[in-house]
Write a protein of this length. Structure first.
Length: 424
């Protein structure tokens, strides 16, 4: 497969849900997502690969070299954030498809039978923009989330995952493939590689992540007729919570903690009614679980005080907690060797964002690689990575996958200990 054919396919897939500002709107299990899924299936069929769709909507393209052998899996996700970028997730899937096609051609040409088969995956709902939590499909696959429970998760309009997948024809029932290893390539979504002039990042660990589901309960009343002293305004209290979540980072060293509120809904959402209920989600991330725990404790105390000050109730529940994951040392060394052979600059790098590889790393030896993001921007239409860096990344993924199907990172490979302290 040529660089030109990869770029043609990548930029074609970017037309599915394309926005006016060069981004994509392709949320999970929408009509736009169906377009990208149909294209994935067509690409696989054109190459003679078996396609399976499992019970949570994950798509697998299977390439069999050794009957009965497990698969080395490559991939990422095709769904996007609302008004998201063209590269996040989609690049990893397109890179995986083209890497797999090149490997299949090489196996056929050389006649050397690998140890493992090869598969490409498009994970369902990695983004979590329409259906929370994120990283859903790979987490169900890895046994970290319950499939039945996830199928009943509803979007803001009340449509469940099961209903949405059935509507676009991707609520499957196929058997999931046995997996021997996993590799994923992704845009960095930060600016370290760009700043250092490097092409490839070998991801060595993920940050600790914890979300808080916060429900602020006040009392609905008339905005014009209710005296200010008699109001129990859920939105005013929720606004203070949002600021608390933002400001809690100041209690720690610079860049030790990142925090945000990315979703907020209110009821009844009428211009002449004081809000009775506000629901929001806070996101806390750090390289240190202790920092996250301290930030959570600080927020819980301050939120309780806001509830007392406004004479309202605020319910806070923990969810979507992800411990630090360390990627196998053998995988880091493999990435570095492949990069050296290709003449690509490489460094070890952490991921602050969550990825499907974080879930897969819990069950099989996993490699995660980054390529540069211009200005470090992601989850917006301005997200950008150069064609040259994308092509280099495909070459790196191909090299890593080739080694993996021939036995590199076997199950006996040194696996990370997700509970140990990270030594910088």
């Amino acid at each position: 497969m040529s660089a030109a054919s990869f770029l043609t396919d990548f930029h074609h897939v970017a037309t599915f849900g394309a926005t006016d500002n060069n981004g994509v709107e392709r949320q999970a299990a929408t009509a736009e997502d169906k377009l990208s899924r149909d294209w994935f299936a067509e690409f696989a069929a054109r190459h003679g690969w078996e396609v399976r769709v499992d019970g949570i909507g994950n798509m697998f393209a299977l390439i069999d070299f050794v009957p009965g052998a497990p698969y080395v899996m490559l991939g990422s996700h095709l769904d996007s954030q609302p008004l998201g970028g063209r590269f996040d997730g989609a690049y990893g899937v397109l890179a995986a498809l083209h890497a797999a096609a090149e490997i299949a051609e090489r196996v056929a040409a050389e006649g050397k039978v690998p140890v493992h088969n090869l598969a490409v995956v498009n994970w369902f709902n990695e983004e979590g923009g329409r259906f929370a939590p994120s990283i859903m499909g790979s987490s169900v696959f890895a046994g970290l989330m319950d499939e039945t429970e996830m199928l009943q998760v509803a979007d803001l309009g009340g449509v469940t995952v099961a209903q949405a997948l059935e509507a676009i024809g991707y609520l499957g029932s196929d058997q999931r493939p046995d997996v021997a290893g996993y590799a994923e390539i992704h845009i960095e979504q930060g600016r370290i590689l760009e700043r250092e002039g490097l092409t490839l990042g070998a991801v060595d660990y993920s940050w600790h992540t914890q979300k808080l589901d916060i429900e602020v309960l006040g009392e609905q009343s008339h905005t014009g007729a209710t005296a200010m002293a008699d109001r129990h305004d859920a939105l005013v209290a929720a606004s203070k919570v949002v600021l608390l979540v933002h400001d809690v980072t100041r209690k720690f060293a610079a860049e030790a903690l990142v925090s945000s509120v990315g979703r907020l809904t209110l009821e009844p959402n009428s211009p002449i009614v004081v809000a009775r209920r506000v629901h929001l989600v806070a996101d806390l991330r750090s390289a240190s679980p202790q920092v996250v725990a301290e930030a959570r404790g600080s927020l819980m105390a301050d939120i309780a005080q806001i509830a007392r000050d406004h004479d309202i109730r605020i319910n806070v529940n923990d969810f979507d907690i992800r411990e630090i994951q360390y990627y196998p040392q053998d995988g880091l060394e493999l990435t570095e060797k492949v990069a050296a052979n290709l003449g690509l600059g490489v460094r070890r790098i952490r991921t602050m964002a969550g990825h499907d590889s974080v879930a897969m790393n819990r069950i099989v030896p996993t490699v995660m690689m980054f390529i540069p993001s211009v200005d470090g921007v992601s989850h917006c239409e301005r997200e950008f990575t150069t064609d040259a860096d994308m092509v280099s990344g495909v070459a790196a993924l191909t090299g890593v996958a080739w080694k993996m199907i021939h036995g590199a990172l076997a199950e006996t490979s040194s696996q990370p200990d997700s509970t140990k302290a990270f030594a910088s």
